[in-house]
Design a protein around this ligand. Structure first.
Ligand SMILES: Nc1ncnc2c1ncn2[C@@H]1O[C@H](COP(=O)(O)OP(=O)(O)OP(=O)(O)O)[C@@H](O)[C@H]1O
Ligand SMILES: [Mg+2]
Length: 274
């Protein structure tokens, strides 16, 4: 069963409370969860994105690679509402026009973003970080001082296991390794139940072992979540790659399996052959 499908209810029912609690209007019945079409973004005349068109399927794990300045981070800025495109359309599911929503509204609609630098609450425990992330979620009916109910405790326990930090629940976040902090931040994102996760260079600065474990985590998350992963670490990409998109000068240069794009002459020339 595809958990992402907006529960077989017709779109006309989208203003019922039941529907909104379950999925705030996200309709992926046609397959894709994200449509970017003909997106352009200029900074002082320089085209950071140039007619970028990209579609991500629900449950997909998509890798996006490409040289420095290709527009990878700018693409994530457009998806999350940080940067408005000059032209083009960006839809989340069939019906949510991302170009019309604010950054907080986009986060609430179910798009979570992980920046490169971990931003955890260093003076709080690992457990408390997840608890705070859950309580920051506007859809959760609770206050900062409310006791956790057992369902909420279970959710935190599940997330701790998933991110490999269940033995570190009581530890201060500030005491974690760089890689563990990254996992904690991913866990904090997961507490908000995002449907689409954007991860910009998630394994930068990690040890090889942490990198491999992060790959396993992403493979576990795919399916129930959709992921867009931007990375320069090609060993990591090889570990997780399904469909790979190569960006160059603000548009898609190539797309396909990793081996297909690795064999593409143009990709070798602008990126992999360096
Ligand atoms: N706010 C901004 N103002 C001006 N120029 C910008 C801005 N953001 C990005 N750019 C420019 O747009 C281009 C694309 O940048 P972007 O950060 O999206 O590339 P990237 O693919 O993420 O590169 P990297 O692999 O180095 O992270 C770059 O030339 C960058 O200098
Ligand atoms: Mg970048």
């Amino acid at each position: 069963m595809n958990l992402l499908v907006a529960d077989e209810q017709p779109y006309e029912d989208s203003d019922t409370t039941f529907y909104r609690v379950l999925q705030p209007g996200l309709d992926v019945t046609h397959g894709p969860i994200l449509y970017l079409d003909d997106i352009s973004v200029s900074f002082d005349g320089f085209k950071a994105l140039n007619k970028l068109t990209l579609t991500i399927d629900a449950g997909e794990l998509r890798c996006v690679i490409g040289p420095n300045g290709a527009g990878k981070t700018t693409m994530m800025d457009v998806i999350t509402g940080k940067t408005r495109p000059d032209s083009g359309t960006a839809f989340f599911g069939q019906t949510i026009d991302l170009t019309k929503l604010s950054e907080p509204q986009i986060a609430e609609a179910g798009i979570g973003r992980k920046f490169q630098k971990p931003t955890v609450f260093e003076r709080h425990s690992v457990f408390e970080n997840l608890e705070l992330a859950m309580k920051a979620d506007k859809r959760v009916q609770t206050t900062l001082f409310a006791q956790l109910d057992s369902a909420q405790q279970d959710r935190i326990a599940d997330t701790l296991r998933m991110i490999g930090l269940n033995e570190h629940a009581a530890r201060l976040a500030g005491r974690l390794s760089h890689g563990q902090k990254q996992w904690l931040e991913i866990g904090m994102l997961l507490m908000q139940e995002p449907k689409l996760l954007l991860l910009d260079e998630p394994v930068a600065g990690m040890t090889d072992e942490e990198t491999a474990r992060t790959g396993e985590l992403f493979l576990t998350l795919a399916g129930a979540h959709s992921l867009i992963v931007v990375e320069h670490d090609m060993d990591f990409i090889a570990q997780i790659a399904r469909r790979v998109t190569v960006l160059h000068e603000g548009s898609v240069l190539a797309e396909g399996t990793l081996s297909a794009v690795q064999e593409d002459e143009r990709v070798v020339e602008v990126y992999l052959g360096r």
